[in-house]
Ligand binder design. Structure first.
Ligand code: SAH
Length: 255
């Protein structure tokens, strides 16, 4: 079934909803859906409405359900990379269930955040996230928060597990991951040039644990996607991980 995001809308059964112009155009000219067809509307905060297209291309809500919130919320503080790499991270990260992206200006970022361009870029980035969430059926729209400084990113995120992916760390990942399921995890990934010792120190002071992803140096866009997949596997919903009701890892559930 085709789905569409209409963020900020609250759905009630029987309600007739007007679709945003862009959605309407997509529905009519690309998907060629006609009156009587059904589609799914998402509000971006977990509501999923089944709806039917009417003659005038408004839609009537048939039923509404609320998707359970993610068991483990994942935040990615991504050192601002060059050009299109961030777009890849936003798209693939959304598919993998990242809930919050904080692209952050870091000391070795080659790309620069320019306030005058920011609005346009953040609109584009939000669109990429929304499209990836639509395509992958993610009912909670990930948040995007652009951070002008590393220090502000460190204070913006609260989490019970904080990881600093640092290519200079010798600490293997498996020694740091708790058995008890974290509810909020934050991960810092450096830009192409890596993380400076000063940044690593600031992150450690803010409670981040430096961790290695093994002997290979991964590209910045690979590192975040790799760790998010691992965390989603262990603590999220990618598999019947430690936090599932029927925990595959006996004795390692939420208790
Ligand atoms: N320029 C650096 C590499 C930076 S890789 C160098 O050549 O040494 C970009 C970011 O990806 C790093 O800052 C880190 O956050 C993450 N990363 C890549 N490989 C990693 C590894 N093996 N362990 C931990 N983090 C890694």
């Amino acid at each position: 079934m085709q789905r569409f995001f209409i963020p900020g809308t609250s759905f009630t059964v029987g309600q007739v909803v007007e679709l945003p112009a862009e959605t309407l155009r997509h529905l009519r000219t690309v998907l060629r859906l006609s009156a009587g067809a059904e589609c799914e509307l998402l509000d971006g905060s977990g509501l999923i409405a089944q709806a039917q297209i009417l003659e005038d291309y408004q839609v009537r809500i048939l039923s509404v359900a609320k998707a359970p919130p993610p068991k483990c919320s994942l935040s990615l503080i991504q050192g601002l990379p060059k050009g299109e790499k961030l777009e890849l991270v936003l798209q693939k990260g959304t598919e993998l269930g990242v809930n919050r992206f904080l692209p952050t200006q870091m000391a070795r970022s080659v790309g620069r955040l320019k306030p005058e361009r920011e609005q346009k870029r953040s609109k584009r980035w939000e669109k990429i996230i929304q499209e990836a969430a639509r395509q992958s059926g993610q009912p909670y729209l990930p948040q995007l928060q652009i951070m002008q400084s590393f220090e502000s990113a460190l204070t913006a995120v609260d989490a019970d597990l904080k990881l600093l992916l640092w290519e200079e760390s010798a600490q293997p990942l498996d020694q740091l991951l708790p058995d008890k399921c974290p509810q909020q995890i934050a991960v810092i990934v450096g830009p192409e040039g890596g993380i400076t010792a000063e940044e690593a120190q600031k992150a450690e002071l803010a409670g981040y644990l430096p961790v290695s992803l093994g002997p290979r140096i991964l590209r910045t866009e690979t590192a975040g996607l790799a760790i998010m997949t691992i965390l989603q596997y262990l603590y999220g919903d990618l598999a019947k991980g430690r936090c599932s009701e029927n925990a595959a890892f006996q004795g390692k559930d939420e208790s």
